[in-house]
Design a protein around this ligand. Structure first.
Ligand SMILES: Nc1ncnc2c1ncn2[C@@H]1O[C@H](COP(=O)(O)OP(=O)(O)OP(=O)(O)O)[C@@H](O)[C@H]1O
Ligand SMILES: [Mg+2]
Length: 380
């Protein structure tokens, strides 16, 4: 039997075929974007925002809605971001005929170095002149989707991913500029996706430009049963019958974080292929998880070295006793955490360091394997 490709994918956006659940979220997002809403999509890292958005945009394209997807954190300056935004929006316009009048007007006002390959219609923009004062041309750039959809008579949907990074460009002024323009664009749906919910919440708070600009959507974890069906189904197609306890062990080790579920399932798949395991068991999951943790231990050791004694104790307490118990007197005494207010401070600093994040009011390890490494370390 030829080796089929490993069906478990992590670290890149998953496509429509390998997309687990999220039916409601997908329908909601599709509807909101079609209606020209400005949606704020929030979740901790690696929960599946980018994947959800890319599947939603794919479906919209099938319905002839023109889409643009930009990751804010990919650009090193405000000017470069504006340049790519303008370029991608114009490219989403379709044929050169459709956008040429708009491009001409844009060029007259903003004076970019614009190149158009007339054979392919491919547009390349350079806003070199904008480096010195990008805020000056920002309104023109952010107005483009509205003008384009009006002139060409189609709807658009635009995603700005890693949106929490936008404030690094130009503080409040960029938020203002975007808010002012997008609120005039009834034909254009926007999704602003952001990790680091704390930063995003701040951005949506009163006194900030995006306050009440549109609906918020919090991405939850995907229920364990959907993952189990997905994983067992793939193993079954390969003639392997995965033990229900193995599935439980996998869900626990991954803390139901989509990235980690896929990562461990990927590892288990390779292991089952190599050893030709007909019935992968819980002990096999333990084995591959241990191997993953060991593989990461150099990084974990380095992270650990950089933490204060108080931060380490706090992480040990969460890894061993769970986050819900962290403020209890018993746990504070056991791990010598000090007063509840001290614990609170340690937790916040670990959140800032991107080691912990909040989900439904409780702190959790962004990387669940780090928690396992900490547990292992403590037991030696
Ligand atoms: N609906 C899904 N079905 C299957 N796998 C998923 C799903 N959503 C996420 N994943 C898994 O989680 C990984 C991370 O997803 P994605 O990159 O979309 O998350 P994200 O929230 O955008 O993360 P980041 O905050 O790091 O940008 C994917 O590579 C995939 O392995
Ligand atoms: Mg993402």
């Amino acid at each position: 039997m030829a080796h089929p490709e490993n069906p478990f994918i992590f670290g890149e956006v998953v496509d429509d075929l390998n997309f687990v659940n999220r039916t409601d979220e997908l329908a909601q997002l599709e509807r909101d974007l079609t209606d020209g809403q400005k949606v704020f999509l929030l979740s901790p890292r690696r929960f599946g925002k980018s994947s959800l958005v890319s599947v939603a945009l794919l479906r919209l394209r099938k319905r002839h809605i023109h889409t643009v997807n930009l990751t804010v954190s990919s650009y090193s300056s405000y000017a470069q971001f504006l340049e790519k935004f303008a370029e991608k929006v114009l490219r989403a316009g379709g044929s050169w005929d459709r956008v040429k009048d708009l491009v001409k007007r844009f060029v007259q006002r903003v004076k970019p170095e614009a190149k158009v390959d007339l054979a392919t219609g491919e547009i390349t923009l350079s806003l070199k002149g904008a480096e010195s004062n990008p805020a000056l041309i920002a309104p023109e750039v952010f107005a483009l989707p509205g003008e384009l959809s009006k002139n060409a008579g189609f709807r658009m949907a635009i995603c700005l991913d890693e949106f929490q990074q936008i404030s690094q460009f130009d503080g409040g002024s960029v938020e203002n500029a975007i808010r002012n323009e997008v609120q005039k664009q009834r034909q254009v749906g926007y999704v602003f996706a952001g990790s680091q919910p704390t930063l995003m919440e701040e951005m949506l708070s009163a006194k900030r430009p995006f306050h009440k600009a549109g609906p918020r959507m919090f991405l939850d974890k995907i229920p364990a049963n959907d993952w189990k069906d997905f994983i067992a189904g793939h193993f079954r197609k390969r003639g392997r019958n995965i033990d229900p306890e193995a599935l439980d062990a996998l869900m626990t080790a991954a803390d139901l974080i989509p990235y980690d579920v896929q990562r461990i399932a990927h590892e288990l798949w390779d292991y089952a292929e190599l050893r030709n395991k007909r019935e992968p068991a819980a002990s096999d999951v333990t084995f591959v998880v241990e191997r993953l943790v060991t593989g990461q231990s150099t990084y974990y050791e380095a992270d650990w070295e950089r933490l204060s004694a108080r931060q380490r104790a706090t992480l040990q307490a969460i890894a061993n006793r769970g986050a819900a118990e962290i403020y209890s007197q018993a746990v504070r005494e056991e791990f010598r955490l000090g007063a509840a207010s001290t614990v609170q401070k340690a937790l916040q600093s670990l959140d800032t360091k991107d080691i912990l994040d909040l989900y439904k009011g409780n702190y959790f390890f962004i990387d669940p394997l780090f928690a396992l490494w900490i547990k292992r370390k403590g037991s030696r």
